[in-house]
Design a protein around this ligand. Structure first.
Ligand SMILES: Nc1ncnc2c1ncn2[C@@H]1O[C@H](COP(=O)(O)OP(=O)(O)OP(=O)(O)O)[C@@H](O)[C@H]1O
Ligand SMILES: [Mg+2]
Length: 240
């Protein structure tokens, strides 16, 4: 379980104004909010990539925010992160991209690494691409490789920053289905940030709506739909 308490992040202005949330094991939480509302900042702070000005995050009772590098490293082994836009290393092959976190943070043999890379590529339904470079992949394939990299070491919590953004509608639907199947198959805890309500309706077991630096709503999809707020109606407008 991830516990977030009173999280405040300020840059030149306040982005998160004291947010609290419990993320339960094995849920598929979708965080909605308009562009610039602080969704990426929120998940990056939860995984320890951004230091908050105030507040606490703990992941299975390991504190992410107390500043102890050892603790943070321990928590990180349980976290996968798929960045907005994939963030693959262009100079590394698909195999090397996926193997990198396995080599850096786990003591595994060459064979174990090879097997884990193979297994994670199978899980994202992308096989035989180990030797290709990111420049040789389509946008949808890059997303799949980024997902494979995040699941290769079998973390308990996986964060997805805008998993369907920037893809054509058909590819976006395929990624949506892939994440839904993957979540069922590996029984992980998935946390995704998006504007894509089609994706949200398909996968979310719970929604958290970020607005004005706070969670304005946390609950089920059907309860969210019932809220009589103009901004929410905008989420239902199909973008394709
Ligand atoms: N490292 C940073 N330094 C300064 N300001 C930042 C930094 N990261 C984010 N911000 C600002 O914080 C605000 C929230 O940014 P964030 O990237 O979390 O938005 P978002 O909800 O993810 O938007 P989008 O949907 O467009 O990805 C923005 O105004 C952004 O400019
Ligand atoms: Mg973002």
């Amino acid at each position: 379980m991830i516990r977030v308490r009173d999280l405040e992040v300020n840059f030149d202005f306040p982005v998160l104004k004291g947010v609290s949330l419990d993320i339960e094991d094995e849920e598929f939480l979708v965080i909605l909010g308009k562009s610039g509302s602080g969704k990426t900042v929120f998940i990056k702070t939860v995984v320890g990539l951004i230091r908050p000005n105030r507040g606490e995050v703990s992941i299975d009772d390991i504190s992410v925010t107390n500043g102890e590098p050892k603790e943070l490293l321990k928590a990180r082994k349980n976290i996968g992160f798929v960045f907005q836009g994939a963030a693959l290393f262009d100079s590394l092959t698909v195999f090397e991209n996926i193997a990198l976190p396995l080599r850096e943070h786990f003591s595994l043999t060459k064979k174990e690494i090879k097997d884990k890379v193979k297994k994670s590529l199978e899980l994202v339904e992308l096989e035989g691409v180990e030797k290709l470079y990111p420049a040789q992949l389509s946008g949808g394939m890059k997303k799949r490789v980024a997902i494979a990299r995040a699941i290769a070491y079998e973390p308990k919590y996986i964060f997805f920053d805008e998993p369907t953004t920037g893809l054509d509608p058909e590819t976006a639907l395929k990624i949506t289905k892939l994440l839904k199947d993957l979540w069922k198959k590996i029984k992980g805890t998935f946390i995704a940030v998006t504007h894509d309500f089609g994706f949200t309706e398909e996968v979310a077991t719970r929604i958290a709506w970020l607005k004005g630096g706070r969670f304005e709503f946390v609950g089920k999809v059907n309860e969210f739909k019932k809220l009589d707020v103009k901004e929410i109606q905008a989420y239902f407008v199909k973008t394709f």
